[in-house]
Ligand binder design. Structure first.
Ligand code: 5AD
Ligand code: SF4
Ligand code: FES
Length: 363
């Protein structure tokens, strides 16, 4: 073993990784990167096993009152055809997941907060539970809401909530969002804290490879996840979208290959740092590398979100360009993902909720 290999092995067992340890881990490439991956894979096997859990992803609506500079469905995008699935379509998708033994589903949409809307979500959650004999775990990803709304949804039967912090650096967050009083870092933090207080299983995450983002920001993001003691994580590469304000900074971006490598190193480093959390192999990884999700699973991720949105809506939910699975029906994605996961030597946790070990342990 050379010195470098020794040093990487040591980081695999070190208790309190520092900002500079993480910065170093994120910068590894080539053979050193492979060493990092060896360690993160063995941590995964030891703490969460080589099992991948499915969460059927329902992209419920692309209506959104926010205007994030990076996003392809931001309210300022005039050309986007706005939709909202009917209750029947949502139930049908949930039943597809149920019939195919997915332990859980995710309902994701842009952000809206009218009383009518939040009540409708509550009703939808109750209906899904009725139709699936309370056998499914439901994750929501519906943005910032008041603690009362989060409470109402939890009482209706939601178990988990995903709210990415996007960047844990307030200074970078400001560059990615309009300064109009509606996109406050502090409000986002309050939301995450409210979700934790309500005893949701809480997931957050960031985009990787953003303009103005440095390795220090990303190492800081990892420490932020640890400090918040999150249960779940979803991180993906930033992918520029032509119609958005951030597109003009595309010359500042690292190559797609570099952004992909950085994302893999973030996943591997988080697995080593937090060991028993659930980490998603995100769809955006597949945009940058045809085997992106499989690669993430091999080195630390243990959750995947097969898209079960009706195909007729998919082209209207393009948060970024070149999103995969635009024309594939749920059944096609399922077959495809099964093959992909088998190729990694992992099993699929059919019929299991796949709650994060971390959530169970911290309680
Ligand atoms: N590239 C990558 N991810 C994006 N998201 C939004 N826009 C983009 C983009 N251009 C992510 C955000 C958001 C999640 C639903 O999609 O992180 O939280
Ligand atoms: Fe709306 Fe989410 Fe897109 Fe921001 S990232 S504009 S909140 S859908
Ligand atoms: Fe959708 Fe492969 S996962 S087509």
């Amino acid at each position: 073993m050379n010195n470098q290999t020794n040093q990487i092995a040591f980081l695999g067992i070190k208790e309190d990784l520092t900002l500079s340890d993480l910065r170093y881990m994120l910068s590894l490439r080539g053979e050193d990167q492979s060493e990092l991956f060896k360690i993160s894979s063995s941590v995964k096997e030891k703490f969460v096993g080589n099992i991948v859990y499915f969460r059927g992803l329902i992209e419920y609506s692309n209506r959104c009152h926010k205007n994030c500079f990076y996003c392809g469905v931001r309210s300022g995008m005039r050309a986007v055809n706005r939709y909202q699935m009917t209750d029947e379509e949502v139930i049908e998708a949930a039943l597809f997941a149920f019939d195919h033994n997915y332990g859980s589903i995710v309902i994701q949409a842009g952000e809206r907060d009218s009383k009518l809307y939040t009540q409708r979500i509550s009703q939808l959650i109750s209906k899904i539970h009725q139709k699936t004999n309370n056998q499914m775990h439901i994750t929501l990803s519906l943005g910032e809401q008041s603690p009362d709304t989060y409470r109402a949804w939890k009482e209706s039967g939601a178990h988990r909530y995903l709210l990415r912090i996007e960047s844990s650096s307030e200074e970078l967050y400001k560059k990615l969002h309009p300064q109009d009083g509606k996109h406050l870092y502090s409000a986002r933090m309050n939301s995450i804290n409210a979700l934790k207080k309500l005893d949701y299983q809480v997931g957050t995450g960031v985009m990787i490879g953003l303009p103005f983002q440095t390795i220090d920001h990303l190492a800081g993001d990892l420490l932020f996840f640890k400090q918040l003691d999150i249960d779940m994580n979803g991180m993906g590469p930033y992918i520029e979208h032509e119609g958005t304000p951030l597109f003009k900074y595309r010359d500042l971006l690292a190559s797609r290959e570099e952004r992909f490598n950085l994302t893999l190193n973030m996943v591997a480093s988080l697995r080593i740092l937090m060991k028993d959390v659930n980490i998603a192999a995100t769809t955006a990884m597949q945009t940058l590398d045809p085997q992106g999700r499989e690669k993430a699973i091999k080195i630390g991720a243990n959750v995947i979100m097969p898209n079960i949105t009706p195909v007729k809506y998919r082209k209207d939910y393009l948060l970024y360009q070149d999103k995969p699975c635009i024309d594939e029906e749920a059944a096609e994605c399922l077959g495809c993902l099964e093959r992909r996961i088998r190729s990694t030597g992992n099993e699929i946790g059919y019929g299991e909720w796949g709650d994060p070990m971390h959530y169970r342990r911290r309680r």
